[in-house]
Design a protein around this ligand. Structure first.
Ligand SMILES: C[S@@+](CC[C@H](N)C(=O)[O-])C[C@H]1O[C@@H](n2cnc3c(N)ncnc32)[C@H](O)[C@@H]1O
Length: 330
């Protein structure tokens, strides 16, 4: 068998097999310093402290919980971090509901598995993982009785860039507006700094050198499947056409026999297409849906845009902060 594996090459989007779901976590872990993979945890914990602990005025109960919806939840990283950090901070999660939605069954399954291994998740009032698309969230069965009742909606690590079709950003904004709790609900939508082509309302990123996709030749031994090695090959192509950046690379799942022989059992040709954003256009789509940008937080890797439902003629100017524990939502 050749170095590049069998003829059974499959086109892949980076998330669409159980092996890729494990690889995603190993990849994030291996790149956590460059990606500042935990930077967002402090932002979402601060948001929870402000909106649940200090700011929630309604009477919460298990039937009327504080609801956090994580869109494109992947392997549940954001919700798991949030539960861990909240428990460590002594926050009572018994009247909190966490809902993770993802378009890929393999990612949803891995979230469910990780939940079972995570003690803090057992302290959360209710946890739901569901299959669903960002542009049609309101048709996800688990969300049908959550319209106007989502307190915090998160689309983390710039995953909103997966909305590459022309109509998708507007459709997604409308879904957000339908789901958020009037007045108090907030959406935390982030864009990777290197995918913001033009900024009009926020400051420039603090660090423009970092690109989020670092792909070099690297092996990742599976922790779940004995004898399985994930082989990542270097980026083959990266191009920007219009507002879409497309990266291509190969990723193989290899089974190593005791004899030392290697068999390629999944040969992925990964194409990752991401939207490059014009900030004014992004905010305008949200505005068309009835949302206004209430805060902007600039991180080293991504910019967080916080949206609320517009409820007044008199919209205050957007406060801007940088990610640092002392300044977020102070
Ligand atoms: C970069 S990963 C982020 C995973 C996780 N939120 C995190 O922060 O680690 C992006 C995730 O978005 C999901 N996704 C992509 N397009 C989507 C869509 N249209 N609707 C819902 N999920 C989507 C992918 O399947 C993938 O799990």
């Amino acid at each position: 068998m050749g170095d590049r594996g069998p003829d059974t090459e499959r086109p892949s989007n980076f998330y669409d097999s159980p092996y890729l779901a494990e690889y995603y976590d190993l990849w994030v872990d291996a790149n956590k310093k460059t990606l500042k993979a935990q930077e967002d945890a402090s932002v979402y914990l601060s948001a929870l402290e402000r909106d649940l602990v200090k700011g929630c005025t309604r009477q919460l109960s298990q039937d009327n919980p504080f609801t956090v919806l994580d869109v494109g939840t992947g392997t549940g990283r954001v919700l798991v971090n949030l539960a861990n950090d909240a428990v460590n901070a002594g926050i009572d999660l018994s009247n909190v509901e966490l809902i993770g939605v993802d378009i890929e069954p393999a990612m949803v399954q891995r979230s469910k598995d990780i939940e079972k291994e995570t003690e803090s998740m057992a302290r959360v009032g209710k946890v739901t993982w569901a299959l669903g698309e960002a542009v049609s969230l309101t048709s996800v069965p688990a969300l049908q009785d959550r319209l106007g009742r989502v307190d915090a909606l998160i689309f983390a690590v710039g995953s909103i860039s997966h909305l590459i079709s022309p109509e998708e950003p507007q459709l997604f904004s409308s879904q957000v507006a339908t789901l958020l709790t009037p007045k108090s609900g907030r959406a935390y939508l982030t864009i990777q700094n290197d995918l913001i082509q033009s900024r009009s309302i926020s400051s420039p990123p603090l660090n423009t050198d970092i690109t989020w996709l670092e792909v070099n030749a690297q092996d990742f031994p599976s922790k779940l499947h004995p004898g399985i090695i994930y082989k990542q090959y270097p980026l083959e192509k990266s191009e920007i056409k219009g507002q879409i950046r497309t990266d291509n690379y190969r990723f193989q799942v290899v089974r190593k026999a005791d004899s030392g022989d290697q068999e390629v059992i999944e040969n992925n040709n990964i194409t990752l297409s991401l939207r490059v954003w014009d900030e004014a256009e992004f905010v305008q789509w949200a505005k068309n849906a009835g949302l206004h940008c209430s805060e902007i937080i600039t991180g080293d890797i991504e910019t967080y845009y916080v949206f609320k439902l517009s409820d007044s003629q008199d919209i205050p100017p957007v406060p801007r902060t940088c990610v640092s524990p002392a300044t977020i939502f102070s």
